[in-house]
Design a binder for this molecule. Structure first.
Ligand SMILES: [Zn+2]
Length: 184
């Protein structure tokens, strides 16, 4: 397991829709372990593969020991119309939090790293996390969920942030297979 560098706002990999996972193999399980370790190290409650530069539809989550795991190729469904509003942040936009509207309840279907079907039924923070991470797999950042005025404010805050570097070098991997050994 290796803690990977988390890509920051401005890196094109964060704007690129990730590919479906087709091979449920050892490399995928290494990717999940790396994601998990990187997420705990940050620390964060969720981390999606594009955030460590891998364009595959995988994310990990850890709210507490009971709500902890990973999901591959997630498909979201919303059992009702209820919404929640509250502060949301992102490891790729460090130190900044903005009130973000999300659905309150979500059912996420997908697979574990062995290809077995799994389902997450989430509410509150868990539902927020699942929506945030699935957005990452579609190349969507949470500031895009804000209304126009709030998004402008968020972009201003990002450009003023210490870490913001518009010359961030692009590096997009579409598969862990293309760079053998990088997960060692
Ligand atoms: Zn994020």
């Amino acid at each position: 397991m290796t803690v990977q560098q988390i890509r920051l706002f401005g890196d094109p990999v964060l704007r690129t829709p990730a590919d479906e996972v087709r091979d449920f193999d050892k490399e995928l399980r290494t990717l999940v372990k790396d994601l998990f370790e990187t997420m705990l190290d940050a620390p964060g409650v969720g981390l999606a593969a594009p955030q460590i530069g891998v364009g595959l539809r995988v994310f990990t989550y850890h709210l507490d020991d009971a709500e902890s795991g990973h999901l591959v190729n997630p498909l979201l469904a919303f059992p009702d119309e209820e919404e929640q509003d509250g502060p949301e942040g992102c490891l790729s936009i460090p130190g900044l939090y903005f009130d973000t509207k999300r659905r309150l309840n979500v059912v996420a279907k997908g697979f574990n790293s062995y290809g077995d079907p799994v389902q997450i039924v989430g509410t509150g923070l868990m539902a927020r996390c699942v929506q945030h991470e699935t957005d990452h797999l579609d190349g969507v950042l949470f500031i895009e969920r804000l209304d126009r005025t709030a998004r402008k404010e968020a972009l201003r805050a990002i450009r003023a942030a210490e870490w913001y570097d518009p010359s961030n070098p692009p590096l997009v991997k579409v598969s862990p297979h293309q760079t053998p050994g990088i997960f060692g």
